[in-house]
Design a protein around this ligand. Sequence first.
Ligand code: HEC
Length: 129
Amino acid sequence: MKETLTDQSGSAACSVLSCKQGKRARAGIRWSVLVLALSACEASLPRPVASDAARLGGNFAGSSVADLEQGRTLYSSRCGSCHALRAPATETPDAWRVEVHEMRSKKGVHLSDDEERRITAYLVSISSR
Ligand code: HEC
C-alpha cells in the first residue's frame, strides 16, 4: 500500500533517453548533450520554414511547408518506435533517401509511397540546411 510507482509514464512517442532524461539530469548534462546530438524527440525536431521548401529540387520540387510539416509529424510518429529518432542533421540528404527507403524495404516499416515521400522530403530539407 505504500508504494506507488509513478515512473511508468515513459511516453511512447519518444523512446529516447534525451527526453526522459530531462527531469533528472543533474549529473547527466554532458550525457544529454551527447544524446541530443544523436537523437531527437518531436519537440526538438526542427520545424520546416519556407526556405526549406524552396531549397528542395528533384523529386521533391514543389513541396510546401505544410508537406514538410506532415513529414515531420510522420517521422516522429512512425520512425521512433523501434529506435531513437535521429536528428535530421546527423545524416546527409542522400543518406536519408536511402535510409527511409531501407526501413521500408528491409525493416518492414509500413509506409505508403506518399508517407515515404513526405518523411524523406522533411529529412532531406532539414539536413541540407
Ligand atoms: C520496425 C522497427 C523500425 C522502425 C519503425 C524504423 N526503423 Fe530504422 N532501424 C530499424 C532497425 C532494426 C535498424 C538497424 C538497427 C541497428 O543497426 O542498430 C534501424 C536503423 C536505422 C537507421 C540507422 C542505420 C545505420 O546504418 O546506422 C536509421 C537512420 C533509421 N533506422 C531510420 C529510420 C527511419 C527514418 C524510420 C521511419 C521511416 C525508421 N528508421 C523506422 C528498425 C526500425
